[in-house]
Ligand binder design. Structure first.
Ligand code: FMN
Length: 190
């Protein structure tokens, strides 16, 4: 099993990255191959809306550090996207990356259910951490991105969400979240 892990926080060992690494570590123990990208270390820009991927090209024409990330997802079985909640959404780094995944959709994506350029059957693990305690605070983020990624053929999506997780190292102290990361890895990588 191949896992592509995309980290959206600036912090390589922050709360969201800690949960992603826990998931990936457990999956590796079970034999998975993991490729991790810390977006904050990469030079790239968001989608330019040029629509080349809907006319002359079958992939994004931007030549920057996102190319290998987008390629890696083409090959993966499981995509992990991890982000802190920033202003009620994902981080800017992750949002710019997600906008570039528009290139996975063929020109007829508005009318065809098979417009995705990705092989069907990939799985998504979405990891979010937020300072707010309340479970219903920012609970609209995951369904929104889950639905967009279902257009790409991600048939199964799992959320690992840490609420009330703010200071550095907070997610590491949360046994419930670590357990959920382990259990999700066991379920998907078994
Ligand atoms: C710019 C900024 C915006 C934030 N916005 C929110 C927010 O809207 N809601 C919330 O609950 N926490 C918010 N937080 C707190 C982070 O989501 C939280 O500390 C998270 O666990 C950090 O994850 P990380 O260590 O992976 O970066 C914000 C933090 C920053 C720096």
């Amino acid at each position: 099993m191949k896992i592509t892990c995309v980290l959206g926080s600036a912090k390589a060992n922050g709360n969201s990255a800690t949960l992603a690494k826990r998931f990936c570590g457990k999956a590796q123990e079970l034999g998975a191959e993991v490729q991790t990208f810390l977006l904050n270390d990469l030079n790239y820009r968001g989608c330019q809306g040029c629509n080349a991927c809907k006319s002359t090209h079958d992939r994004c024409v931007e030549k920057d550090d996102l190319e290998p990330v987008l390629d890696s997802i083409r090959e993966c079985d499981v995509l992990v996207m991890a982000s802190p909640v920033y202003y009620g959404s994902v981080s800017g780094q992750l949002k710019c990356f997600i906008d570039r995944t528009y290139s996975y959709l063929g020109p007829d994506f508005l009318v065809s259910k098979t417009a995705s350029r990705l092989e069907p059957g990939k799985k998504l693990v979405f990891i979010l951490t937020q300072a707010a305690d309340a479970e219903d605070a920012f609970d609209d983020i995951f369904p929104k991105f889950r639905d967009f990624f279902s257009y790409y053929g991600f048939a199964e999506s799992t959320l690992i969400r840490g609420c009330g997780v703010s200071g550095p190292g907070a997610s590491k102290e949360r046994d419930d979240l670590m357990k959920l990361a382990d259990e999700t890895a066991e379920r998907l990588a078994a």
